[in-house]
Design a protein around this ligand. Structure first.
Ligand SMILES: Cc1ncc(COP(=O)(O)O)c(C=O)c1O
Length: 366
C-alpha cells in the first residue's frame, strides 16, 4: 500500500536523537534554543517560540493577544478544527468565514464579509501549505490583528516572503503529516518582543525567569529530542519542498482535467497535501468515497481532505450565526464533501508515482 505520507527522517535525525539521549538533558534547553534560532531565521522573524504542538501554538497566541470572552475571532470554515477549537477554548466567539472554491483559503472578501463590530482578530489559514493572499487580507481588515495558521505552510512563500513571516503571530506545526516534523511539536513566530516574552512565559508555567511567575499557565514546552530533530529537518526544508513540488507536478500534469488546489498569483505552495475535488458539485461525497475504496483496492491510500466546521456539532452556534448573517459557507461544504487527499511525500519513488497515476486513472474511469 502506498501510504498518504512517510516522514522524511534519515541518519541525521537519528544521530541527533542519539546525541540528546546520551546527554541526559531531555527538557527544553540548548537544542530547542538552537532550533528556535534557525527557525526564526528561515521564516524571516525576530522570534520563534517552540511549543508542544501546532494546537498549543494557536492556544498560546490567542492568550498572548488577550483574546477571550466578549471578543469574536474569525476563522475559515474549511480546516482541521484546531484553530476553531482554540478560539472556543479561549472563551472567545467563533466567526466562520467562507473559503475560495479554487484556493481553499479564506480571502479578503470572505473575511471582510464575516467581520462584525465584535470582531477582534482573524486567523488566516494557509490550507495544505497554500499561501493566503496576505497583502489583500491585511488591507481589507484594517486594525485587526491577524494570527496566521501556518501549520502546513513552512517552506512555502507568498510574493517572495516565506510563510511564517506574515501576521502578528504565525503558528506552525511539526506533526508527521507536515513538511517538517519533530513527531509532535509546533512554534509561534513573531517580530514583537513583548508578545515573544509573553509566549515564552505562557508555555513554561507562567515563568518569566526560573521561579519568577508572571501569570498562571501550563506546560507546552518542546523536548530537547524534538528540538534536535527539528534542527536537522530544517536544514533539509528546501530539498523536502522541492521534492514535493516535483512529484506533485508529475501527478497533476497526468490529470490536467482535474480540480487540484490552485495557488494565488505570487504564491509558491509547498504541497503539504496533494488534494483535488472529485465528482459533480452538489452531489455530496459519494464519488469521493467510492474513489477512496477503489484506490485502496489498487494499493493506494487516500482520504477525505478536510472538514466544514459549520457541519460539526461543536460549532453549531457559529454555524447558526453565519447562516443568520446570510453566509452559506457552501464552498467549505463542497470541498469537505468532494475533497480527496492523495499520497505525496519526498521519498516517494518514480514507481510509486507511476502506480498512483495508473490507479487514479483506473478508479476515475470505473
Ligand atoms: C490548519 C491546521 N492548524 C492546526 C493544526 C494542528 O497542529 P497539531 O496537530 O500540531 O496540533 C493542524 C493539524 O493538522 C492544521 O492542519
Amino acid at each position: 500500500m502506498i501510504p498518504l505520507t512517510v516522514p522524511a527522517l534519515g541518519a541525521e535525525e537519528i544521530a541527533a536523537s542519539e546525541r540528546v539521549l546520551r546527554s541526559g538533558m531531555l527538557v527544553q534547553g540548548r537544542e530547542v534554543l538552537a532550533f528556535e534560532a534557525a527557525l526564526a531565521q528561515s521564516a524571516h522573524r525576530k522570534h520563534a517560540i517552540a511549543v508542544s504542538s501546532g494546537t498549543a501554538a494557536l492556544e498560546l497566541a490567542l492568550r498572548a493577544l488577550d483574546l477571550g470572552p466578549g471578543h469574536e475571532v474569525l476563522c475559515p470554515a474549511l480546516t482541521w478544527p484546531s484553530p476553531a477549537h482554540a478560539v472556543l477554548g479561549s472563551g472567545a466567539t467563533l466567526g466562520l468565514a467562507e473559503v475560495r472554491p479554487d484556493e481553499w483559503n479564506a480571502d479578503e472578501h470572505t473575511f471582510a464579509a464575516a467581520r462584525t463590530p465584535s470582531t477582534r482578530a482573524a486567523i488566516v489559514i494557509e490550507q495544505f501549505g497554500n499561501p493566503a493572499r496576505h497583502a489583500a487580507i491585511a488591507a481589507a481588515l484594517p486594525g485587526l490583528p491577524l494570527i496566521v495558521d501556518a501549520a502546513c505552510s513552512l517552506g512555502a512563500s507568498y510574493q517572495g516572503a516565506p510563510c511564517g513571516s506574515h501576521g502578528i503571530i504565525a503558528c506552525t506545526s511539526f506533526h508527521p503529516r507536515k513538511v517538517l516534523t519533530t513527531g509532535e511539536g509546533g512554534a509561534c513566530l513573531t517580530d514583537d518582543d513583548g508578545l515573544a516574552n509573553r509566549l515564552r512565559a505562557l508555555r513554561n508555567h507562567g515563568q518569566s525567569a526560573p521561579g519568577t511567575f508572571v501569570c498562571a499557565a501550563g506546560n507546552q514546552r518542546l523536548t530537547e529530542l524534538a528540538g534536535a530533530i527539528g534542527s536537522e529537518q530544517l536544514k533539509k526544508l528546501s530539498a523536502l519542498v522541492a521534492a514535493r513540488r516535483r512529484l506533485g507536478a508529475q501527478v497533476q500534469s497526468a490529470f490536467p482535467q482535474l480540480s487540484f488546489q490552485r495557488a494565488a498569483p505570487g504564491a509558491e505552495p509547498n504541497l503539504q497535501t496533494l488534494g483535488l475535488l472529485v465528482g459533480p458539485e452538489g452531489e455530496g461525497s459519494a464519488t469521493r468515497d467510492r474513489l477512496i475504496v477503489r484506490l485502496r483496492e489498487g494499493g493506494v491510500q487516500s482520504g477525505a481532505l478536510s472538514y466544514a466546521l459549520h457541519l460539526l456539532p461543536q460549532f453549531e452556534q457559529a454555524a447558526h450565526a453565519a447562516a443568520g448573517a446570510g453566509r452559506s459557507l457552501s464552498h467549505a461544504r463542497d470541498i469537505a464533501e468532494r475533497g480527496l487527499a492523495l499520497p505525496l511525500f519526498p521519498g516517494m519513488t518514480e514507481q510509486q508515482v507511476g502506480t498512483l497515476v495508473e490507479q487514479l486513472g483506473k478508479a476515475l474511469a470505473s
